[in-house]
Design a protein around this ligand. Sequence first.
Ligand SMILES: O=P(O)(O)OC[C@H]1O[C@](O)(COP(=O)(O)O)[C@@H](O)[C@@H]1O
Ligand SMILES: [Mg+2]
Ligand SMILES: [Mg+2]
Length: 337
Amino acid sequence: MTKRISLTQYLIEQQRLHGHIPSQLRLLIEVVARACKRISISVNKGALGDVLGTAGSENVQGEVQKKLDIIANEVLIEANEWGGALAAMASEEMEGIYVVPNRYPQGEYLLLFDPLDGSSNIDVNVSIGTIFSVLKKPDGSAGVSEDDFLQPGSQQAAAGYCVYGPQTTLVLTVGDGVAMFTLDREQGSWVLTADDVQIPADTKEFAINMSNMRHWAPPVKHYIDECLAGKTGPRGKDFNMRWIASMVADVHRILTRGGVFMYPWDQREPEKAGKLRLMYEANPMSFLVEQAGGASTNGRQRILDLQPTKLHERVSVVLGSKNEVDRITQYHLDAKT
Ligand SMILES: O=P(O)(O)OC[C@H]1O[C@](O)(COP(=O)(O)O)[C@@H](O)[C@@H]1O
Ligand SMILES: [Mg+2]
Ligand SMILES: [Mg+2]
């Protein structure tokens, strides 16, 4: 029988043998994983747990909050605030940062999360998830402020997501490749089920919300037109399309079998760079994708190099199989628009 490696064992190995993670970061990741387990239990209860439907409130982005958005946010805050590893947290569902109250031990890390990604899929029983990003509080800064969070994604100490699908899977990077852990519900533990995950450089599968086609910029339209032309077109191969409308689930497919994911800028709201949020959606996913050998840009620049200017900043996203992302980025650079 093959040896089962738990998340704890994996993290201890990363800490001891490879020197990648300090003990405070290891504890932080374990607490996030425990919170995801609790969120997974709520997700699974569905209508039986009265967790479906809207909460009757809006978040800072003007989006209607679902009950599970709020539940997941609370679970993550409660689990992490007394863990001792954090100075503050930030979330899609909270306007400002949440400073760890001084009755709890203060740590040196900052945690950002999208507590429930894919909210439109909650009530229809389609895969949803939690995305998280870990930064280190800048050295020497007294107290903690929103500015401390505004670091490029290349500074992330760890990132990951949990997908609540047919299986509950936690996907993690601490900057040394990507590992996947499946929740064993009977044992209540995370078991390592894939290590050194690699995204193939080429693909025949794209993910984009095609209903927005008439609003896209020309380089995006150019790329998708070529894919749709199939075998007899310039690409010389047929492409398949998938769009789950949960970034977590779409990225999970790409980490598992390759593909390219795009949520580009479009003309509906030209003043917005994109729909997705830089700091707790695009940055953690870009870190994971790059660690798995893929690429991630905003059409022009590497996402991990972008300097954030505000907590809830939005960004255009192109990520996945490297050769495809390079091609789409080149189309944007050639168009100079
Ligand atoms: O409904 P659309 O426009 O296709 O957007 C889908 C995208 O929106 C999101 O659901 C946004 O995330 P939230 O549910 O956290 O707001 C992404 O997960 C997904 O890729
Ligand atoms: Mg989201
Ligand atoms: Mg969300």
